[in-house]
Design a protein around this ligand. Structure first.
Ligand code: ADP
Ligand code: MG
Length: 721
């Protein structure tokens, strides 16, 4: 039965009857919608603000507010909310009704420009890392014009959501959006400088484009509800692997089960309504694991859209009697979930700066911008790694699974060869062959027609006309990884711009060509160590990376510690993205979040071990011992029962002891004041003891009768849908 049969679609859209082109974007106050509903001059103003050419004025906001309100009310909205990204990594909303009493017992539906551009949620309960003392709890949300407002609809009603940035009374960033927007500006500024120096006058602004591929698991709600660990922590803290895992490789790109297809159909419709161009979907590698990817957008809108994708995944799954798991590692022994962050830079006049293109002019531009990304990833590897440092993602990175915690770049052999040739002074590369596009000016080498081969094991892969950052965890906000990436690339581009600007001072073009070649050559020589086109999952790579001096930071707390280093602070301050104080506060928030998450998991393990597993196992052992005695009393062979009862009883005792040990270690970690030392204690000591408890429980699961085990196991969670 689909959700519409149950009457829970709220807004009454019958997906089967409404043409998709009509449905698409119907709940998004997109530019198309604004063009339709705003006076021409106001629409133009908004586009100028989106492009960073103008500041938003209250007069313009007033007009937009009225149009937005009328649109939302026509669609059945009663409330609006400033929708923002606090440092929890989730989104937050505080709903306000449009109503304004008229004094005679009636109301008007009102929404002013001021209410559109600025909100004031009570901010005291959001993490601020000490930036905002509780006596000064004021925080402001400010409209982000670069991401469209949208309507959230469910059976409880319709709410107008206005994407906003969240700042403190003193202007410090309290969210993930402010630094992202600043990093986009920073990158734009430097990229435009480089373009100008290359003689390209047409672009006024550069945007970063992002297309995240979202992985997730689905489990039947009935089984989910019986697993307190899934409910409390998002992952299974116990679970013995069944006889079958993912080794048959029969799930990846397999035929989608009807129940899942039905869910995906509704998910797509819900996303299309709010203007999120969900495009591809398929089965992933692990059983019951799936992926959805929308078409890329500017990074601010993409960050918002991805939060909506995650939220919608959850709500639609529930309507279909399932639970969507976004945790990075819900199950041990099969693949975890990531989020491939496809990233590029595009100009306002429509050029993808990482598009190799067909002519020599674009070759030079492409090679320069691509070299800048490679250099940025090498120089700021730790920072980029830190953007994915969460307790859940730690189960993926550097564990026995993809990708490793080592940052490397896959550039593909054709491109690497070209850079090699440039570095060796063989600018023209190999002799021209048919496979290569003709080289024309600047003695830069010809580019092969198909520059990208495939590599699925690299954490940072060039895939044709974009880079794909694959370390990002499935449940993470993509704001932070993109912010760090943008800042790192902005820095390298600023240095390139400097050199190019100097070179063009003298006699024009030959100098410039030399300068371009030199920049690429020097950069590549210094940073080619980060390029690795082989198998990133192999042990050899770990050794090779070590030999090359590439960092391999496995633990999240260690990765996070880069945030307060002086070179990080200078980088962020130089581009005015985050101050030292803001970086420190973030560092503390992330460390605390890390510790809290493991604390919850450890608590859950202790609780489940004591109240579920131990009683089940010991009473089963008791019953077996009883059986053994009964069998003995009739002279039957009772050896297997007795042996098994003893084994289970022994394991239960070991479980009891390990649980007590975990409890002690946990109490020690809880008592540590310093946030870094505390996170390290959780990382090194608590997690080890959690594993020790788990190994006892999983061994017991293999011995205790299915009917006596207190919750569903991996076979139900992973294979039944
Ligand atoms: P694959 O990774 O299998 O090659 P696709 O080519 O479909 O998959 O791309 C995956 C994601 O990359 C999609 O979300 C797509 O929109 C996005 N993408 C494509 N081009 C760009 C770009 N220039 N900038 C950012 N993301 C992009
Ligand atoms: Mg991909």
């Amino acid at each position: 039965m689909s959700c519409c049969d149950e009457g829970c679609c709220g807004e009454g859209v019958d997906f089967t009857k409404t043409p998709i082109a009509e449905l698409y974007g119907s709940n998004s106050f997109s530019n198309a919608m604004m063009r339709e509903r705003l006076p021409k001059s106001i629409y133009k103003e908004i586009v100028a603000v989106q492009n960073g050419e103008k500041e938003l004025t209250l007069e313009v906001a007033e007009v937009v507010a009225v149009a937005m309100r009328d649109w939302a009310i026509e669609k059945g909205a009663s409330h609006y909310t400033h929708w923002f990204h606090p440092l929890t990594g989730l989104t937050a909303e505080k709903h306000d009704a449009f109503i304004s009493p008229t004094g005679d017992g009636k109301v008007l539906m009102e929404f002013s420009g001021k209410e559109l551009i600025k909100g004031e949620p009570d901010a005291s309960s959001f993490p601020s890392g000490g930036l905002r003392a509780t006596f000064e709890a004021r925080g402001y949300t400010a409209w982000d014009v670069t991401s469209p407002a949208f309507l959230k609809q469910d059976k409880t009603g319709t709410t107008l959501c206005i994407p906003t940035a969240f700042i403190s009374y003193y202007g410090q960033a309290l969210d993930k959006k402010v630094p992202l927007l600043k990093s986009i500006d920073a990158l734009s500024k430097q990229a435009v400088r480089v373009l100008r120096a290359l003689g390209h006058e047409g672009s006024k602004r550069v945007f970063t484009t992002v297309g995240p591929e979202q992985e997730y698991f689905l489990v039947d709600k009935e089984f989910y509800d019986q697993r307190p660990d899934l409910i409390l922590t998002g992952r299974t803290v116990f679970g013995a692997l069944p006889a079958k895992g993912q080794e048959m490789e029969d799930h990846y790109f397999g035929a989608i089960k009807e129940r899942v297809a039905d869910f995906m159909r509704e998910l797509n419709y819900e996303l299309w309504k709010v203007g999120i161009p969900a495009k591809t979907q398929h089965n992933e590698v692990a059983p019951n694991q799936f992926e959805i990817a929308p078409i890329y957008a500017n990074s601010s809108a993409a960050v918002d859209a991805n939060q909506m994708v995650m939220e919608t995944l959850r709500s639609v799954a529930r309507r279909h009697g399932m639970e969507a798991l976004l945790h990075e590692k819900p199950f041990a022994g099969v693949n975890g979930s990531g989020k491939h962050n496809n990233w590029s830079m595009a100009t306002d006049d429509g050029i993808n700066l990482l598009e190799p293109g067909a002519n020599p002019e674009s070759n030079a531009r492409f090679l320069l911008f691509a070299a800048a990304v490679v250099e940025a990833v090498d120089r700021y590897a730790l920072l980029i790694r830190s953007s994915t440092a969460t307790s859940a993602n730690e189960f993926r990175l550097g564990a026995n699974e993809a990708p490793p915690a080592i940052i490397s770049v896959f550039f593909g052999s054709p491109l690497t060869e070209i850079l090699d040739n440039i570095a060796e002074g063989k600018a023209g590369g190999k002799t021209e062959s048919d496979a290569r596009i003709k080289i024309g000016v600047s003695s830069l080498p010809a580019l092969p027609k198909d520059v990208s081969d495939r590599n699925r094991t690299s954490p940072f892969a060039f895939t044709g006309n974009k880079f794909e950052f694959r370390m990002v965890g499935s449940s993470q906000s993509i704001a932070t990884p993109n912010t760090y990436l943008n800042v790192a690339v902005a820095q390298v581009l600023s240095e390139y711009a400097e050199k190019l600007e100097k070179s063009s001072k003298g006699d024009a073009s030959s100098n410039k060509n030399d300068a371009i070649q030199n920049i690429i050559k020097e950069s590549y020589k210094a940073h080619k160590k980060v390029i690795f086109n082989g198998n990133g999952y192999s042990d050899e790579w770990v050794h090779e990376a070590e030999r090359r001096g590439l960092p391999n930071v496995k633990s999240a707390p260690d990765a996070l510690s880069v945030l307060t280093r002086s070179e990080t602070v200078s980088l962020f301050e130089a581009h005015q993205v985050l101050t030292k104080e803001e970086l420190e506060s973030r560092y503390h928030i992330y460390l605390e979040k890390y510790s809290k998450q493991i604390n919850i998991e450890a608590g859950t393990i202790i609780d489940l071990a004591r109240r579920y597993i131990f009683p089940a196992a010991t009473s089963y052992a008791g019953a077996l011992a009883g059986d053994a005695a009964a069998l003995a009393s009739i002279g039957a062979n009772n050896a297997s029962q007795a042996k098994r009862a003893k084994r289970i009883a022994d394991l239960s005792t070991e479980l009891y002891d390990e649980t007590a040990k975990l409890e002690t270690v946990l109490a020690e970690a809880q008592g540590i004041e310093d946030p870094f030392a505390q996170a390290k204690a959780y990382n090194e000591k608590v997690k080890a003891d959690m594993d020790a408890v788990r190994s006892k429980v999983d061994a017991l699961e293999k011995l205790v009768a299915k009917a006596s085990w207190p919750f569903p196991g991996y076979e139900e969670l992973l294979f039944k849908l």
